[in-house]
Design a protein around this ligand. Structure first.
Ligand code: 5RP
Length: 222
């Protein structure tokens, strides 16, 4: 199976999960990235049952609207029973690194509202210890150099994501060389640096369910 076929299989499994667990009319939280895009396409087939969603990025909003799914502002929404999103790395405790697509802050906000976070990814994303994938950190532009110095003190090598501006008008530092033995502690520590909007560790609010695409089929880990 190709990587795209694995992504498509987990996206369909997530749509099946939504259909089985979210009452008709629920507002569905939708993540960002190539795997989330396959989920959006699968969700479109259920749009009579789930006509509204909340998007974690402008790209996702456009794709949902392209399928005729209405996208609500999060401030109008009180409950999101299920949020479906991909990850760049995920460990056995369902802690994740996200933000490869640069949407980490909005993803973290939607995930905070959601009752259940369903992570969808292919088997290459499951790791014992996170950190091989550079950790994205969204930063207020004027604080870039100072935040980079602080991240270097934590043992990382921050690299500015060239030519990239987030949906919130900020920049991303991708931090290389971290071996993340305490994901919750590091997430909290980086978020304390003045000028950091948030970082791509999702450990304080990990996923609840992982749907993992493998050559043998979709594996569910709770
Ligand atoms: C975007 C993300 C994505 O979920 C993550 O980058 C995975 O993307 P893909 O499904 O394309 O591998 O966090 O900010």
């Amino acid at each position: 199976m190709t990587q795209d076929e694995l992504k498509q299989a987990v996206a369909q499994a997530a749509a099946d999960y939504v259909a089985a667990n979210a009452p008709a009319g629920s507002i569905i939280g939708v993540g960002t990235g190539s795997t989330a895009n396959f989920f959006i396409d699968a969700l479109a087939a259920l749009k009579d049952r789930y006509p509204t969603a909340v998007a974690s990025s402008e790209a996702t909003r456009k794709r949902l609207e392209g399928h005729g799914i209405r996208v609500l502002d999060l401030n109008e929404v009180e409950e999101i029973p299920v949020y479906v999103d991909g990850a760049d790395e995920i460990d056995g405790g369902l802690n994740m690194i996200k933000g490869g697509g640069g949407a980490l802050t909005r993803e973290k906000i939607v995930a905070a509202v959601a009752k259940t976070f369903v992570c969808i990814c292919d088997a290459s994303k499951l790791v014992d210890t996170m950190g091989k994938f550079p950790l994205p950190v969204e930063v207020i532009p004027m604080a870039r150099a100072q935040v980079a110095r602080e991240l270097t003190c934590l043992g990382g090598k921050p690299v500015l994501r060239a030519g990239f501006v987030t949906d919130n008008g900020n920049v991303i530092l991708d931090v290389h060389g971290l071996s993340i033995s305490d994901p919750k502690g590091l997430e909290a520590q980086i978020n304390q640096i003045v000028g950091v909007v948030t970082n791509g560790l999702f450990a304080l609010r990990p996923a609840n369910v992982l749907l993992l695409g493998t050559a043998e089929g979709v594996r569910r880990i709770d």
